[in-house]
Ligand binder design. Structure first.
Ligand code: AMP
Ligand code: MG
Length: 355
């Protein structure tokens, strides 16, 4: 066990003394958790194989699931990628810094372990002053997956990071809650048309507006386990986002029918003496009788829902819930990213209600 230091940093005017301290840890091969606009990342020097190896170990992350490489200067893409297609430049111009990760063919500069032996690399420029300052001061791209134990909900606060990684990493830069709350959208630009491998902070609709034709990979919208012939985005095959409680997702186009089904399931679980929670929305939460009822926010504001999602899942665990029954949401805008996380968190235990 090492001692994990926690430093509170200003997200608007990051204290350069603290950033330098963190950057020195990265340069010495250490591990620093830092905020981005999506979730907290666990950073290691992307060019240092030992540091990246330590990052995989700290997270207990399977070595076949590569991290996203974070940069602070758009020009660094040309160093990390073998070629940068026009569509990539279009996206970088429109959406960076921001919650978009692009997949490109990789150059030779990155060690094999950093890309899990793939011939591609995932790159992103985050929209967060602390993240950008840390990358700049470290003078190296930073490999950073989400700063949680593999399989757990992603961390949106420094407390979540500590809950999973205290004693396993060197430092956490604490800036409070992250703004977006779900991870970046991952777009593969090595295929034509480009393909969304993971929905996230940038909506599909927005990508279509910028690029014209964009496909959603079946895994991005899957409501059951999908086999991938070639592991294009290795992360998608692993268990993900799961609270300790079992999660069941109820989906259907009629909110009334969905709510009725949820209550029916809750009654059954409570009869079986299971401590049961409902993950609801502001519009429906009053309707449920369960041990714990939580609202993600209003169905009219998916930004709030996305921001609260992972914290809510962790709160059910804190309250000792055995089973969570969650309401399905429309697959539009940020709803697609939220539903992708909920479906995976449920291990595809999904009940469909026809109206
Ligand atoms: P995380 O940062 O934990 O949210 O995980 C990073 C995500 O990026 C995972 O879903 C990875 O599978 C994905 N990723 C990283 N590198 C690549 C790559 N070269 N090709 C496709 N997906 C990637
Ligand atoms: Mg992750």
């Amino acid at each position: 066990m090492k001692k994990t230091i926690v430093l509170k940093v200003s997200s608007t005017k990051p204290e350069i003394r603290l950033i330098r301290l963190a950057a020195r840890i990265i340069q010495n091969g250490g591990l620093v958790a830092f905020p981005t606009e999506t979730v907290y990342g666990l950073g290691a020097d992307a060019l240092n194989p030992k540091a990246v190896k330590a990052m995989f170990k700290a997270k207990k992350r399977p070595p076949d699931n590569p991290p996203i490489i974070h940069i602070a200067d758009k020009n660094d893409v040309y160093m990390l990628a073998k070629k940068v297609p026009k569509k990539a430049e279009k996206l970088m111009k429109a959406l960076w810094p921001g919650p978009l990760t692009i997949i490109l063919e990789r150059s030779k500069i990155l060690p094999n372990i950093t890309v899990s032996g793939l011939d591609t690399v995932a790159i992103r420029m985050p929209r967060h002053k602390v993240a950008l300052a840390l990358i700049r001061e470290s003078k190296s791209p930073i490999a950073a997956p989400s700063a949680n134990l593999a399989g757990r909900p992603s961390p949106t606060t420094a407390e979540h990071v500590l809950r999973d990684l205290d004693g396993r990493i060197d430092l956490v830069l604490d800036c409070g809650s992250t703004r977006i709350g779900v991870e970046s959208t991952v777009v593969d630009l090595t295929v034509n048309p480009p393909q969304v491998l993971r929905p996230g902070g940038v909506t599909y609709e927005r990508l279509v507006k910028i690029l014209g034709k964009v496909r959603l990979h079946p895994v991005a919208i899957a409501d059951k386990k999908v086999k991938m012939l070639r592991a294009r985005s290795p992360g998608v095959k692993h268990k993900h986002y799961a609270p300790r409680a079992k999660l069941i997702l109820v989906e259907g186009s009629s909110t009334v029918a969905v709510s009725e089904k949820i209550q029916e399931l809750v009654n059954r679980f409570m009869d079986d003496k299971k401590r049961t929670g409902v993950l609801a929305t502001d519009e429906t939460m009053e309707e449920y009788e369960a041990d714990v009822v939580k609202s993600l926010g209003s169905r009219r504001n998916f930004r709030v829902i996305a921001k609260r999602l992972f914290a809510c899942l962790r709160e059910f665990d804190d309250e000792g819930v055995d089973i969570i029954v969650a309401e399905g949401l429309p697959l539009k805008g940020l709803g697609l990213a939220v539903m992708n996380r909920l479906r995976k968190a449920s291990g595809y235990k999904i009940v469909k209600v026809e109206s």
